[in-house]
Design a protein. Sequence first.
Length: 316
Amino acid sequence: MKKTLFIFIAATLTILVASAFFEKEGTAIQTRAALGKKLFSEKILSIDSSVSCASCHIPQFAFADTVAFSVGIKNKLTTRNTPSVLNMKNRPYYFWDGRASTLEDQSLMPIQNPDEMGLPIDEAVKRLNQSKEYRLLFQKIFGQKPDAKNLAAAFSAYEKTLETVDSKFDDWSNNLKNLTAQEERGRQLFVGDKAKCFDCHRMEDFTTDEFKNIGLYNGKELNDAGLFNITNKEADKGKFKTPGLRNVAVTAPYMHNGMFKTLEEVVEYYNNPQKLVSDPINIDESLKEPLGLTTKEKKDLVAFLKTLTDKKYNRK
Ligand code: HEC
Ligand code: HEC
């Protein structure tokens, strides 16, 4: 008798605590963006419930990954390096080869990608409909059951909140703070004719959003043809979307194939691309000759790149 009473009390308490928890969770999520944030970490959107968007786009690493190729379902590796999903709001297209033109279209692609989450969209939508919590949340926020369209809308709304514009560089632009002498020398190099970084990494997020070939394609061991895979045009061989450089100090390794581990290696590469890749196909005109940067100038450039980190990612 005593035992049954105890079990009864324990069960009642569990239900009370659980419903209080769901109540809190449920009321905290009121907007599309908040729902998108929850979905970004939702593993049921992968076939074996092992990965979520956040497994590869890791929030504390500025929503990028720390390895050259990320691990998806069944320990499969991605074929390209995971980029940051910060500052995506003003981009005209997504992925290294630009194959998605809106964040909505983009967000359903990793769910279905066999190397990433491997789940047909119909199945993803079915799983959300089977969850009481998600049915209620979608009903409250969209006035509809979960479907592919509102799922994509939630992801997109969340990603559009991920703008980072509070770095030391922004303080400098707003006349709130000075750069150190070294950072200022790096800034002048970055925008100047010697290093030419500004030719491609311009505008508020340090990208012109153009496709360029910086020499990392030779059709041999460097065999990802980038934009060419989409357009089939010879001139597009080896072209990739110029990535923005905000928070770049936090998002190593670098490039579409993650081949550089540090910013020092990146700058060393730009200084003389053909020293590392002697037979590039279709390399951009501006990178055909070595830049001739001194050791000090390379350090200055790296110091400047580090001023682009949003304060929330500044670590000791
Ligand atoms: C297994 C790792 C992995 C998972 C899981 C994953 N991504 Fe990605 N993500 C990548 C890789 C790799 C790329 C680059 C692929 C390419 O360009 O071909 C990418 C690219 C992107 C981009 C484009 C960024 C840019 O600079 O153009 C966005 C946005 C994005 N992912 C959002 C998401 C969302 C939303 C989810 C969850 C629904 C998700 N990702 C799940 C690895 C992953
Ligand atoms: C001709 C255009 C162009 C010029 C000039 C240029 N970049 Fe880039 N940058 C790109 C492209 C395109 C990529 C991606 C290439 C790839 O993955 O194959 C890139 C990638 C990078 C990355 C890696 C970002 C990441 O998230 O992986 C860094 C850092 C970078 N550039 C810094 C610089 C610096 C510093 C300079 C000047 C010394 C410079 N870039 C000059 C076009 C350019």
